[in-house]
Design a protein around this ligand. Structure first.
Ligand SMILES: [Zn+2]
Length: 217
């Protein structure tokens, strides 16, 4: 009688390393976390913001994309790190008090160049507040879903929308119910596209680092 080997490749491990948060992938390679700089211009409470970030981290973890948050609370208390130049794997989410579009149905916007690249996105807090009691959703769950959606745009580039899941261009009542349960996700295709994009940046960063190495003997 034999025994079953556990499929190690299916195990996903979170490792804290000196270089930051990484997530081991099924193929054995590591992905370094992307970092989201959060500007809380809408003064969302710390507890709700922390809960939203935790939920959004879970949505990305399901996609095997590790994520780290850097809260740049306001100008007086802004962390030194918030002033640094953004690296390829660093993005900005600004929670603004009022939506900048005419439609009340729009929860946020990601600013993308024609080639689909972009670093900045806004989340409209007034739209979240006015929807918070619908279908069991809450401020934290909506804020996490909208943030994940906008970061999804920044990671996926052009053509990021899909008919189903967190990247649907319009959320139905059923979607709002899933958001309330923290169950609205990226599709498998979107998940692998995000990981590929991050691995490309990582490979490029490693190449640049090696090119800068100088022999000292
Ligand atoms: Zn969208």
């Amino acid at each position: 009688m034999g025994f079953k080997l556990k499929t190690l490749s299916a195990l996903v491990l979170i490792l804290i390393t000196g270089a930051g948060l990484t997530l081991a992938q099924a193929d054995g390679r590591n992905i370094t976390a992307i970092t989201i700089f959060v500007y809380n211009d809408a003064h969302v409470s710390h507890s709700e913001l922390a809960a939203a970030e935790r939920q959004a981290s879970l949505v990305f973890r399901e996609a095997r994309v590790p994520i780290a948050w850097l809260n740049c609370v306001d100008n007086r208390k802004m962390s030194e790190d918030c002033h640094r130049r953004l690296q390829p794997n660093e993005f900005v989410v600004r929670i603004v008090p009022k939506g900048q579009t005419s439609s009340d149905l729009v929860f946020g916007v990601a600013f993308l160049a024609e080639d689909g690249s972009g670093k900045y996105s806004d989340v409209f807090f007034d739209r979240i507040e006015s929807t918070r009691h619908e279908e069991g959703s809450s401020i934290a769950s909506l804020l996490s879903a909208v943030t994940a959606h906008e970061v999804g745009h920044l990671l996926l580039g052009s053509h990021a929308h899909s008919p189903l899941g967190i990247m649907a261009p319009l959320w139905t009542k059923a979607d709002l119910r899933r958001i309330g349960m923290g169950a609205l996700r990226f599709t498998p295709d979107q998940s692998s596209r995000m990981r590929e994009r991050i691995q490309e940046w990582q490979t490029h960063a490693d190449t640049v680092r090696l090119a800068n190495v100088r022999r000292i003997d």
